[in-house]
Design a protein. Sequence first.
Length: 231
Amino acid sequence: MILWSKTQQILWVNFLLLICFITALPMQIGSLIKLNGTNYEHWVASIKLFLEISCVDAALTEDEPPIPTDTSSAEEKMKYDKWTHSNKICLMIMKHSMEKTVKDNIPEATNTKKFLVDIGNKFKKFYKSEKSSYFSLLTKTKYDGVSGVNEHAMKLTNWYQKLKSMKVVLGEDFLVWQILDSLPSEFDMLRTSYNAHKEEWSVDELISILSQEEHTIKKDKDKGHVVQYVS
Protein backbone atom coordinates (compact mmCIF):
# COMPACT_ATOMS: atom_id res chain seq x y z
CA MET A 1 0.00 0.00 0.00
CA ILE A 2 1.43 3.35 -1.08
CA LEU A 3 1.09 6.20 1.39
CA TRP A 4 1.01 9.61 -0.23
CA SER A 5 1.73 12.89 1.45
CA LYS A 6 -0.98 15.55 1.55
CA THR A 7 0.84 17.52 -1.17
CA GLN A 8 0.96 14.48 -3.45
CA GLN A 9 -2.75 13.86 -2.88
CA ILE A 10 -3.60 17.44 -3.83
CA LEU A 11 -1.44 17.22 -6.96
CA TRP A 12 -3.10 13.97 -7.95
CA VAL A 13 -6.60 15.42 -7.48
CA ASN A 14 -5.65 18.48 -9.52
CA PHE A 15 -4.26 16.21 -12.24
CA LEU A 16 -7.52 14.23 -12.38
CA LEU A 17 -9.54 17.44 -12.54
CA LEU A 18 -7.34 18.65 -15.40
CA ILE A 19 -7.88 15.38 -17.30
CA CYS A 20 -11.66 15.69 -16.79
CA PHE A 21 -11.57 19.28 -18.05
CA ILE A 22 -9.53 18.43 -21.15
CA THR A 23 -11.82 15.49 -21.92
CA ALA A 24 -14.95 17.62 -21.59
CA LEU A 25 -13.53 20.68 -23.40
CA PRO A 26 -14.58 19.67 -26.97
CA MET A 27 -18.15 19.16 -25.77
CA GLN A 28 -18.08 22.52 -23.94
CA ILE A 29 -16.77 24.31 -27.02
CA GLY A 30 -19.50 22.71 -29.10
CA SER A 31 -22.13 24.18 -26.81
CA LEU A 32 -20.86 27.76 -27.19
CA ILE A 33 -23.13 30.36 -28.77
CA LYS A 34 -22.29 30.96 -32.42
CA LEU A 35 -21.70 34.61 -33.28
CA ASN A 36 -24.07 35.65 -36.07
CA GLY A 37 -25.34 39.00 -37.25
CA THR A 38 -27.64 39.72 -34.30
CA ASN A 39 -26.20 38.33 -31.04
CA TYR A 40 -22.87 40.12 -30.49
CA GLU A 41 -23.51 41.23 -26.90
CA HIS A 42 -24.75 37.79 -25.86
CA TRP A 43 -21.82 36.10 -27.61
CA VAL A 44 -19.08 38.29 -26.14
CA ALA A 45 -20.45 37.78 -22.60
CA SER A 46 -20.59 34.01 -23.03
CA ILE A 47 -17.14 33.74 -24.62
CA LYS A 48 -15.52 35.77 -21.82
CA LEU A 49 -17.22 33.62 -19.19
CA PHE A 50 -16.17 30.41 -20.94
CA LEU A 51 -12.51 31.49 -21.24
CA GLU A 52 -12.43 32.62 -17.61
CA ILE A 53 -13.94 29.38 -16.29
CA SER A 54 -11.51 27.43 -18.49
CA CYS A 55 -8.59 29.36 -16.92
CA VAL A 56 -7.19 30.34 -20.34
CA ASP A 57 -8.21 34.02 -20.38
CA ALA A 58 -4.76 35.51 -19.67
CA ALA A 59 -4.51 36.89 -23.22
CA LEU A 60 -7.91 38.51 -22.75
CA THR A 61 -7.13 40.19 -19.43
CA GLU A 62 -3.39 40.91 -19.72
CA ASP A 63 -1.24 42.76 -22.25
CA GLU A 64 1.28 40.74 -24.21
CA PRO A 65 4.49 40.50 -22.12
CA PRO A 66 7.91 41.22 -23.66
CA ILE A 67 9.51 38.40 -25.60
CA PRO A 68 12.03 36.73 -23.26
CA THR A 69 15.74 37.17 -23.82
CA ASP A 70 18.76 35.31 -22.49
CA THR A 71 18.74 37.62 -19.48
CA SER A 72 15.03 37.10 -18.68
CA SER A 73 14.16 35.42 -15.41
CA ALA A 74 12.44 32.05 -15.21
CA GLU A 75 9.30 33.83 -13.97
CA GLU A 76 9.29 36.20 -16.99
CA LYS A 77 9.72 33.27 -19.39
CA MET A 78 6.93 31.37 -17.67
CA LYS A 79 4.62 34.39 -17.85
CA TYR A 80 5.30 34.78 -21.57
CA ASP A 81 4.72 31.09 -22.25
CA LYS A 82 1.45 31.22 -20.30
CA TRP A 83 0.24 34.27 -22.25
CA THR A 84 1.28 32.78 -25.61
CA HIS A 85 -0.58 29.56 -24.86
CA SER A 86 -3.64 31.51 -23.70
CA ASN A 87 -3.56 33.73 -26.80
CA LYS A 88 -3.46 30.71 -29.11
CA ILE A 89 -6.33 28.94 -27.31
CA CYS A 90 -8.48 32.10 -27.08
CA LEU A 91 -8.16 32.84 -30.79
CA MET A 92 -8.96 29.25 -31.72
CA ILE A 93 -12.06 29.13 -29.50
CA MET A 94 -13.32 32.56 -30.59
CA LYS A 95 -12.94 31.75 -34.29
CA HIS A 96 -14.57 28.36 -33.77
CA SER A 97 -17.62 30.03 -32.19
CA MET A 98 -18.27 32.36 -35.14
CA GLU A 99 -20.44 31.79 -38.19
CA LYS A 100 -18.28 31.61 -41.34
CA THR A 101 -19.95 34.64 -42.92
CA VAL A 102 -19.09 36.71 -39.83
CA LYS A 103 -15.54 35.34 -39.49
CA ASP A 104 -14.76 36.10 -43.15
CA ASN A 105 -15.60 39.78 -42.56
CA ILE A 106 -13.31 40.25 -39.54
CA PRO A 107 -9.65 41.22 -40.19
CA GLU A 108 -7.16 38.48 -39.31
CA ALA A 109 -5.39 39.10 -35.99
CA THR A 110 -2.72 37.41 -33.91
CA ASN A 111 -3.66 39.11 -30.65
CA THR A 112 -6.81 38.15 -28.71
CA LYS A 113 -7.51 41.64 -27.35
CA LYS A 114 -7.14 43.25 -30.78
CA PHE A 115 -9.28 40.55 -32.39
CA LEU A 116 -12.09 41.20 -29.89
CA VAL A 117 -11.84 44.97 -30.47
CA ASP A 118 -12.01 44.43 -34.26
CA ILE A 119 -15.12 42.27 -33.84
CA GLY A 120 -16.73 44.93 -31.62
CA ASN A 121 -15.97 47.72 -34.10
CA LYS A 122 -17.39 45.65 -36.95
CA PHE A 123 -20.63 45.08 -35.11
CA LYS A 124 -20.94 48.74 -34.09
CA LYS A 125 -20.92 49.66 -37.78
CA PHE A 126 -23.27 46.80 -38.56
CA TYR A 127 -25.72 47.82 -35.81
CA LYS A 128 -25.75 51.45 -36.98
CA SER A 129 -26.61 50.32 -40.49
CA GLU A 130 -29.18 47.81 -39.22
CA LYS A 131 -30.83 50.40 -36.94
CA SER A 132 -31.15 52.80 -39.86
CA SER A 133 -32.65 50.05 -42.03
CA TYR A 134 -35.23 48.96 -39.44
CA PHE A 135 -36.19 52.55 -38.61
CA SER A 136 -36.70 53.29 -42.29
CA LEU A 137 -38.89 50.19 -42.69
CA LEU A 138 -40.91 51.10 -39.60
CA THR A 139 -41.59 54.69 -40.62
CA LYS A 140 -41.95 54.34 -44.40
CA THR A 141 -43.77 51.05 -45.00
CA LYS A 142 -47.39 51.56 -46.05
CA TYR A 143 -50.19 49.00 -45.96
CA ASP A 144 -50.50 47.32 -49.36
CA GLY A 145 -54.14 46.30 -48.86
CA VAL A 146 -53.33 42.69 -49.78
CA SER A 147 -51.56 40.97 -46.88
CA GLY A 148 -54.22 41.79 -44.27
CA VAL A 149 -54.08 44.65 -41.80
CA ASN A 150 -53.21 42.39 -38.85
CA GLU A 151 -50.22 40.93 -40.66
CA HIS A 152 -49.13 44.45 -41.63
CA ALA A 153 -49.35 45.62 -38.00
CA MET A 154 -47.37 42.56 -36.82
CA LYS A 155 -44.69 43.29 -39.43
CA LEU A 156 -44.25 46.85 -38.12
CA THR A 157 -44.29 45.54 -34.55
CA ASN A 158 -41.49 43.10 -35.41
CA TRP A 159 -39.31 45.94 -36.74
CA TYR A 160 -40.12 47.96 -33.62
CA GLN A 161 -39.02 45.03 -31.42
CA LYS A 162 -35.79 44.69 -33.42
CA LEU A 163 -35.00 48.34 -32.71
CA LYS A 164 -35.93 47.90 -29.06
CA SER A 165 -33.49 44.97 -28.75
CA MET A 166 -30.81 47.36 -30.09
CA LYS A 167 -31.65 49.80 -27.28
CA VAL A 168 -33.54 52.23 -29.53
CA VAL A 169 -36.30 53.52 -27.24
CA LEU A 170 -39.30 54.77 -29.20
CA GLY A 171 -42.24 53.97 -26.93
CA GLU A 172 -45.33 51.87 -27.66
CA ASP A 173 -47.42 54.97 -28.40
CA PHE A 174 -45.01 55.77 -31.25
CA LEU A 175 -45.57 52.30 -32.70
CA VAL A 176 -49.36 52.62 -32.38
CA TRP A 177 -49.37 55.92 -34.23
CA GLN A 178 -46.93 54.60 -36.85
CA ILE A 179 -49.24 51.67 -37.60
CA LEU A 180 -52.24 54.00 -37.89
CA ASP A 181 -50.31 56.45 -40.07
CA SER A 182 -49.29 53.65 -42.46
CA LEU A 183 -52.91 52.80 -43.30
CA PRO A 184 -54.83 54.09 -46.36
CA SER A 185 -57.66 56.68 -46.31
CA GLU A 186 -60.31 54.00 -45.60
CA PHE A 187 -59.03 54.06 -41.99
CA ASP A 188 -59.31 57.86 -41.57
CA MET A 189 -62.25 57.55 -39.17
CA LEU A 190 -60.22 55.22 -36.98
CA ARG A 191 -57.34 57.70 -36.88
CA THR A 192 -59.78 60.47 -35.92
CA SER A 193 -61.21 58.27 -33.19
CA TYR A 194 -57.71 57.58 -31.84
CA ASN A 195 -56.82 61.28 -31.76
CA ALA A 196 -60.05 62.07 -29.90
CA HIS A 197 -59.50 59.25 -27.41
CA LYS A 198 -58.19 60.39 -24.03
CA GLU A 199 -56.27 57.21 -23.27
CA GLU A 200 -53.52 55.66 -25.36
CA TRP A 201 -54.20 52.32 -27.06
CA SER A 202 -51.86 49.41 -26.59
CA VAL A 203 -50.60 47.58 -29.66
CA ASP A 204 -52.74 44.54 -28.79
CA GLU A 205 -55.83 46.74 -28.49
CA LEU A 206 -55.04 48.42 -31.80
CA ILE A 207 -54.62 45.10 -33.63
CA SER A 208 -57.98 43.93 -32.30
CA ILE A 209 -59.65 47.21 -33.37
CA LEU A 210 -57.98 47.07 -36.80
CA SER A 211 -59.30 43.57 -37.38
CA GLN A 212 -62.86 44.73 -36.67
CA GLU A 213 -62.42 47.89 -38.76
CA GLU A 214 -61.07 45.98 -41.76
CA HIS A 215 -64.00 43.56 -41.54
CA THR A 216 -66.45 46.53 -41.53
CA ILE A 217 -64.71 48.17 -44.50
CA LYS A 218 -64.88 44.95 -46.52
CA LYS A 219 -68.58 44.54 -45.73
CA ASP A 220 -69.28 48.11 -46.84
CA LYS A 221 -67.35 47.54 -50.08
CA ASP A 222 -69.25 44.31 -50.75
CA LYS A 223 -72.58 46.11 -50.21
CA GLY A 224 -71.51 48.82 -52.63
CA HIS A 225 -70.64 46.23 -55.28
CA VAL A 226 -74.04 44.52 -54.84
CA VAL A 227 -75.94 47.82 -55.14
CA GLN A 228 -73.93 48.76 -58.23
CA TYR A 229 -74.63 45.36 -59.82
CA VAL A 230 -78.44 45.58 -59.10
CA SER A 231 -78.77 49.09 -60.50
